[in-house]
Design a protein around this ligand. Structure first.
Ligand code: ADP
Ligand code: MG
Length: 327
């Protein structure tokens, strides 16, 4: 099993930031409202994610570390309509095959916490009692210690941490309802507090995208049938100062998508003659039955069943925000 898991790890775990992404997504799937991310040496030495989610019962710990053990999919229909972030049941098995991973967890209704550790070729899981509040901590030590070929591709501590920071920025933009605390080498570098109202949302947006983005952006909120688009685009009067911020989410997942980019570009081109794509943060909601997200293991890609419709909808949404009153 270890070899199979290491092969799967090649698809899921490219670098420390991919581990952080998978673990945070698990915490979010577990309903966490506060997530601590502790990083040492760009994540190559240690990644620890602590959450206050539902936790994992003692008798489920072994299953959580096994491949394809996910219970998030009950039927084919679920697969099409899946809304939770993780659904392939591969992440923990893959990560533990290329690191020293421990999982400590306590569900609300369990008096003591338990810690699981998978070791050896057969990935046998050993359990021992531990202390932990409700929730889970995943600790990943010495990433790629047993796969030198992959370790060779790691960049400097600073670069790897920059990738981690970026992953957290993207997630924090999608989840204003969750608190995120990031430390690197023992020093707190980010703290995104829960944002309940517009003012607090603007504060988080400003912390992540910068105050100039916030002051130059116009708000979009556009609905049609089962489609919705919400977020911020740089106002036409500021397109010259467009930044690198181009964040798009489809049903809460971050996506880099050609169709979406094209629709945005077209809207800007036709309405203000701007070639460059300006900065934006956009949240698209689509009927989950109308979208496939399983096309790539890293889950960055999305396929819309009615792509023309979605394209035109985004185009119209952006156009609506670029009103003449704004120029
Ligand atoms: P997937 O997320 O695709 O189901 P993973 O390998 O990422 O697969 O996780 C395996 C399982 O472990 C999850 O389905 C979930 O039941 C459990 N799990 C992982 N992380 C957490 C967490 N932070 N809190 C609660 N349960 C978790
Ligand atoms: Mg997962």
């Amino acid at each position: 099993p270890q070899l199979a898991n290491q092969i799967a790890a090649g698809e899921v775990v490219e670098r420390p930031a991919s581990v952080v992404k998978e673990l945070i997504e698990n915490s979010l799937d577990a309903g966490a409202t506060r997530i601590h991310i502790e990083i040492d040496k760009g994540g190559t030495k240690r990644i620890a994610i602590r959450d206050n989610g539902y936790g994992i019962a003692k008798d489920q710990l072994e299953l959580a570390l096994a491949r394809h053990a996910t219970s998030k999919i009950a039927s084919l229909d679920d697969l099409e309509a899946i809304m939770s972030l993780g659904f392939r049941g591969e992440a923990l098995a893959s990560i533990s095959s290329v690191s020293r991973l421990t999982l400590t967890s306590r569900p609300e209704n369990q008096n003591e916490a338990w810690q699981a550790y998978a070791e050896g070729r057969e990935m046998n899981v050993s359990l021992k009692p531990a202390a932990h509040p409700r929730g889970s901590t995943l600790e990943v030590l010495d990433l790629f210690y047993n796969t030198p070929a992959r370790r060779k591709f790691l960049r400097t501590e600073k670069t790897e941490f920059t990738h981690i920071d970026e992953v957290i920025r993207r997630i924090a933009l999608a989840r204003f309802d969750v608190e995120f605390i990031l430390t690197h080498n023992g020093k707190q570098t980010r703290h995104y507090r829960v944002a309940n109202n517009e003012k607090q949302k603007q504060q988080r947006l400003s912390a992540i995208c910068g105050s100039s983005f916030v002051s130059q952006a116009v708000h979009i909120d556009w609905q049609h049938d089962s489609l919705g688009i919400e977020g911020w685009v740089i106002s036409p009067s500021h397109v010259q100062t467009a930044t690198e911020i181009q964040y798009c989410y489809v049903n809460g997942r971050m996506m880099r998508d050609k169709l979406i980019n094209h629709a945005i570009r077209q809207a800007y081109q036709e309405h203000i003659g701007q070639q460059q794509i300006p900065a934006y943060v956009l949240f698209l909601t689509v009927d989950p039955h109308q979208v496939d997200v399983n096309v790539h293991p890293a889950k960055h890609e999305v396929r819309f069943h009615q792509s023309r419709l979605v394209h035109d909808f985004i185009y119209q949404g952006i156009t609506s925000a670029l009103t003449p009153a704004d120029i």
